[in-house]
Design a protein around this ligand. Sequence first.
Ligand SMILES: Cc1cc2nc3c(=O)[nH]c(=O)nc-3n(C[C@H](O)[C@H](O)[C@H](O)COP(=O)(O)OP(=O)(O)OC[C@H]3O[C@@H](n4cnc5c(N)ncnc54)[C@H](O)[C@@H]3O)c2cc1C
Length: 407
Amino acid sequence: MDFAYDARTEELRATLLDFMDSHIYPAESVFAAQLAQLDDRWAWDSVPVLAELRAEARRRGLWNLFLPGEHGAGLTNAQYAPLAEITGRSAHLAPAVLNCAAPDTGNMEVLALFGDEHQRERWLEPLLDGRIRSAFAMTEPDVASSDATNIATRIERDGDDYVLNGRKWWITGAMNPNCQIFIVMGKTDPAAGRHRQQSMILVPRDTPGLEIQRGMEVFGYDDHDHGGHAELSFTDVRVPAANLIGGEGAGFAIAQARLGPGRIHHCMRAIGIAERAVELMCARAEQRVAFGKPLAEQGVIRDWIAESRVKLEQLRLLVLKTAWLMDTVGNKGAHTEIQAIKIATPSTVQWILDKAIQVHGAGGLSQDFPLAAAYAGIRTLRFADGPDEVHKNALAKSELSRQRETR
Ligand SMILES: Cc1cc2nc3c(=O)[nH]c(=O)nc-3n(C[C@H](O)[C@H](O)[C@H](O)COP(=O)(O)OP(=O)(O)OC[C@H]3O[C@@H](n4cnc5c(N)ncnc54)[C@H](O)[C@@H]3O)c2cc1C
């Protein structure tokens, strides 16, 4: 068993680490200051520093690294994993600079895998080029959306068009005016089998009847530096039939295909967030003196530091194994492991962030450190792309059946 990264990964890691030090970390405060100056606070990707950083990332070959195959950088999951981890260290900036930020990554994958030539030319190309952004609209306020077969928005055929009616919420990125295309999931045939009722369709932002209602907040954060999370309504929204992706009834299968890579990307970045938290925790513990000695000399603090390191190493190995399995046996073959990392990562990283916040005292909860915002963000990952309980339920089901077969 070889735990070393291959030569291409090592080369890209070196380039990316250098870029993080020379450009990304110094730009974090500039990005925040420029965001604060915006007239429209949702238009986050219009800030000048982002354009400068993106040009430099492209020059260094750090662009679309997430996308395998002809449309992207052609990396395997195992090659991309350690790079995504590094971008997670500056989760609000680096993924966007490298054009590797959710939800665009998943949407580009959908278009690359299931879009036809016209759809790819019209929407995939500008997304790959970083000129526009996109949203994925599945979740609805009126139904339990962790069960995708519940999705109730209607997509009805009418001549050469489809007509959409329904409501969505938590649609990431949608408050940003440059989020120009929505991939919307809805029901084309309520009478079909449970997994064949849903379809996906492309809805341009300016289509009449599509209303952006409001931004949703996460513990009071509006996430405007990611384009927010919007509630949307669709009232007799009419789009050409050619906007359907992959045919009627393919929606559920496309949603499943989209979520495999999406989940592993989130997990890789989350490990980077945790690494940065451990760095901050150690630095603070050594600087801060209470009751006559640095916090780092308290046994309980050392316990948190040691536990954090052990948990992180375990997590990284599981995520890398999952990436390797996705490359070797495919997303379907790696299904159980994808569920395992989606269960393990958010709660483990949340635990580490919690300890890092505790070491910082009340300051850890404030805007002066990135920990509180990271904590809020990681808590959402226990819902986004499926709640913990849904993954545990599915994993336990396959474990029980495996054990039954062995018996
Ligand atoms: C920050 C953020 C960003 C998001 N971005 C997007 C986006 O861009 N696009 C999009 O479409 N959606 C997005 N979502 C929505 C997210 O995918 C949903 O919240 C998630 O799928 C759960 O659906 P729900 O909220 O309707 O929960 P429900 O389906 O109502 O479930 C509620 C709870 O029921 C329990 N539960 C459900 N099923 C089971 C089970 N089988 N066993 C045991 N317990 C169970 C779980 O505890 C679950 O949390 C986002 C969410 C957040 C928080």
